[in-house]
Design a protein around this ligand. Structure first.
Ligand SMILES: [Zn+2]
Ligand SMILES: [Zn+2]
Length: 453
């Protein structure tokens, strides 16, 4: 398959498609039969820092000859009954209605005069019926354009379609043109290209948990040139943290962990935009902030943190990487198998619930206020072992994965496997996430793509 153009995130209206939808849409539209095919996407909505985000919640493929038929004026059109059924659902569920078809071409696409005439005939009435955003989208395998009719009576172009899979694909009507790259990032841009480096610079990335793993993530992401970091941790530095927090000093003891993290990020990149939150990720402010990110790194091991990051991934279609090191030690001090894991979670592709990574009992305890939480655990917490080298092994692996995905460099954009290291056995294996079809988070029966809707 042709490589997608590398397009940095851009301002304006966007549509995010779970990769599973994109794969199904690709199979449906681009069959090599030299025909046009059609579909409808129903989408939730959220606000993002670059503009409103439409979040695909359901993909309805139109059957050729039944739902997608020769039109009165155009070449082919969605059948009136198909349009009506989808529009009624959009109205009832408060979702945007987006009609989709394909054109032939590669990195550029636009509507034909016949397309635009049919939008002008159909969309004012559909907008009236649904009370929601309605519009048309046209795709080639490497480009997308959209014509959106908003409930307030205005009409805007869709700026980009985002597909957050193994490569973070962004489709536009035509490829972005490269600007200039800072001399500081010259050697990187020789790998990523200027547009790849610009993509990193336009990314807003969250790091949840600023302990041993989070500390390395922050340093690495800032030095790569990620433009904006959201740092969330309510913990303070104690003496036993010093061997694992990059550039931490004795003077940092007693200060919030956000302090050494923000200092390191600024040293790495004085232009970086930082938001530091000294609070638990469960607070509504922190949860809200997560939904405005392009990628989330989860380096905190509480089940509540997993719950909220998982919610952001599936409800707001934001990819997430969970990083953790597990060193089991029994009561006699025997060390068991060490697992160092970097798990990649793609919206709609099998989530932390499907993969039994959220324990309902632990989650219930985590959701208690601080003082009750300590009392709720039967055994007083014994500090777990923790070592910088094991943290670094998976933190850097996670950053590499993010870097290659953001710059579109992974060979297989559909590869969303996670990596598990067993360092004592010197083994490394890939693991595909499980997906429960009826999961109440990552399926269309659940919260997938709901956004603020
Ligand atoms: Zn067309
Ligand atoms: Zn799930």
């Amino acid at each position: 398959m042709a490589r997608h153009p590398v397009n940095p995130p851009t301002d304006g209206w966007s549509l995010t498609l779970p990769p599973r939808f994109w794969a199904a849409l690709t199979d449906h539209l681009f069959r090599g039969d030299k025909e046009e095919h059609g579909a409808v996407i129903l989408a939730g909505r959220a606000d993002g820092p670059r503009g409103p985000r439409l979040l695909a919640r359901e993909l309805i493929l139109a059957k050729d000859g039944v739902d997608y038929v020769p039109g009165e004026t155009g070449y082919r059109a969605l059948a009136p009954s198909f349009v009506r059924d989808a529009a009624v659902r959009a109205r009832d569920e408060g979702l945007a209605y987006l009609a989709v078809h394909n054109h032939f071409g590669d990195v550029a696409v636009g509507f034909s005069p016949v397309d635009l005439a049919s939008h002008e005939r159909g969309y004012p009435a559909l907008r009236q019926i649904t009370g929601q955003v309605v519009g048309g989208l046209v795709f080639t395998p490497q480009a997308a354009a959209g014509d959106l009719w908003l409930p307030d009576g205005s009409r805007v172009d869709l700026a980009e379609v985002v597909i957050p899979g193994g490569n973070l694909i962004r489709l536009r009507p035509r490829p972005a043109r490269a600007g200039t790259v800072d001399l500081m990032h010259d050697r990187q841009a020789r790998l990523f290209g200027q547009l790849g480096q610009e993509s990193l610079g336009r990314m807003r990335v969250a790091v949840v948990g600023l302990g041993g793993v989070g500390s390395i993530l922050v340093e690495g992401l800032a030095r790569l040139g990620v433009g904006s970091l959201l740092l969330i941790d309510d913990d303070t530095v104690d003496e036993t943290n010093l061997p694992r927090l990059l550039a931490a000093e004795r003077d940092d003891i007693g200060k919030p962990k956000t302090v050494p993290a923000t200092r390191n990020a600024r040293r790495a990149n004085p232009q970086i935009r930082l938001t530091a939150m000294e609070e638990r990720v469960e607070t509504s402010r922190a949860r809200q902030a997560l939904t405005a990110c392009d990628w989330i790194f989860l380096a905190a091991d509480s089940h509540a943190a997993r719950f909220w990051v998982n919610a952001a991934t599936n409800q707001y279609l934001i990819p997430a990487t969970q990083i953790g090191v597990k060193i089991p030690v029994d009561d006699d001090g025997n060390v068991g198998e060490i697992h160092a894991v970097s798990r990649f979670f793609v919206p709609g592709n099998g989530c932390m619930w499907c993969n039994e990574l959220i324990d309902p009992t632990e989650l219930a305890i985590d959701m208690h206020p601080d003082h009750e939480r300590a009392a709720a655990r039967y055994v007083a917490g014994v500090p777990a072992p923790s070592v910088i080298a094991l943290n670094g092994l998976v933190a850097m692996e996670a950053i590499n994965h993010f870097m290659l995905a953001t710059t579109g460099m992974h060979h297989d954009p559909e590869d969303t496997t996670s990596t598990i290291h067993l360092p004592r056995q010197r083994e490394r294996s890939a693991q595909l996430p499980r997906r429960d079809e009826r999961c109440s988070w990552c399926s269309r029966e659940g919260h997938l793509g709901r956004g603020d809707t």
